[in-house]
Design a protein around this ligand. Structure first.
Ligand code: FMN
Length: 169
């Protein structure tokens, strides 16, 4: 798939086929993260694929109102950035990790998978982080949902390029 088509065609999906994404496919997708730009080659991204026990722990911490939302996709992956405490480096490492997550989403789309980048509140709590093994010193960027698509969501309205691109003298 052409990269322009991948970027334009990716969508946030909220309903998935229940079949988990095979481990080999996940390894292929997350290998793409290695190629994200990152200053000083800090390679700050960390990804944790939730197994059944981790999912149960996270749902317990999420509580009954939020737990069902963690069942939407068959494969969930916590994305985080390992930070150093140095402000500039940390800013760069968050950007690099976001770029790595996006690479994974685009790769998933190119392989025919649906994806969803979500930032559930439970991963902003100490208990939720502990449930999925995120240590102090890492910042969670979100929960990546992956699986086969059930539908193709329509594109959302976007502002035209002229509204955010300027050519300076
Ligand atoms: C950092 C980040 C966090 C997001 N968190 C959520 C979320 O918690 N819940 C949600 O419904 N969508 C979340 N999204 C997905 C956006 O809502 C979605 O990308 C946006 O609506 C545009 O739709 P599209 O991805 O199909 O182009 C998040 C996206 C990003 C980049």
């Amino acid at each position: 798939m052409d990269v322009f088509d991948a970027i334009r065609g990716r969508r946030t999906h909220k309903s998935f086929d229940p079949e988990p994404v095979p481990r080999e496919m996940l390894e292929e997708l997350f290998d793409l993260a290695r190629f994200a730009p990152n200053h000083h080659l800090t390679q700050p991204w960390r990804f944790r694929v939730l197994g059944p026990k981790a999912l149960v722990r996270l749902k317990e911490e999420a509580g009954p109102a939020e737990a069902p939302k963690l069942d939407r996709a068959p494969t969930l992956v916590v994305a985080s950035a390992r930070l150093s405490g140095a402000q500039q480096q940390d800013e760069e490492d968050l950007c690099a990790t976001a770029a790595a997550v996006y690479a994974v989403l685009l790769g998933a789309h190119a392989r025919g998978l649906a994806s969803y980048w979500r930032t559930p509140a439970v991963l902003r709590t100490r208990e939720g982080r502990e449930a999925v093994g995120v240590p102090d010193g890492e910042r969670v960027l979100g929960l990546i949902h992956l699986g086969r698509p059930l539908t193709q969501p329509p594109p959302k309205d976007r502002e035209p390029v002229g509204s955010f691109l300027v050519f300076l003298d």
